[in-house]
Design a protein. Sequence first.
Length: 260
Amino acid sequence: MLSSLNPLYILSGFIVGLLVGQTGVGGGSLMTPLLVLLFGIHPTTAVGTDLIYASVTKSVGTLVHGLNHTVDWTVVRRLATGSVPATIVTLLIISRFDMSSGMAGRVVSSILGTMLLITALALICRKAFLALIGRRLDSVPARRTVTLTIATGAALGLLVTVSSVGAGAIGVTALLLLYPRLPMAVIVGSDIAHAVPLTLVAGVGHWWLGSVDWPLLTSLLCGSIPGIVLGSYLSVKVPESVLRTALATVLILVGGRLVF
């Protein structure tokens, strides 16, 4: 068992887990392209393995955030009401295609790269976007907020199932717009908690499709579990604006590489 563990995968899992615990961002948006570009994993296998990895990692993060009372379970339930059915429908659609083919790999890479660029945009323009749209959404009736939250969950279900990206930066930005009165810690905790059922259902679906590398997954989890525990407990010492800009820059470079 120990002989099958890869130190580089363990280190990668730890770093990504640390970022996810601190910011709610960095799971699929860093791990999947890391597996594709650095380790040469087939894009479909990278997505499927990352989804199972994310479900376990974020379960640990949810436990820590839950103990710290930084999860709004009503928001989580609303998001999951949209994301879980959308994930199942998406899995049924992609099951009709040969996801192990070279063509499928290129398509997934292009979708992944596009999602990374969108995620980077969400990170860079978050404050400006919130200032522009936030006031309008602040006056939206409570019933409309519920509908928008479910619709957001459905969109995340589609995006995450195909690319494993979107539950972090895009999810956090959407929650900031829909629930501007919630503290940032609760936004992050709720986003991480919602990612658990979303990535679990999507990951099990990819397992069913045969696109999960279990030895790789084991190594990643050996690093990510202590990483997300540490990240969830530590306050971010680097200013959020610096961390966000650095992460966005990496995502632009990686996303551009995958698309072009």
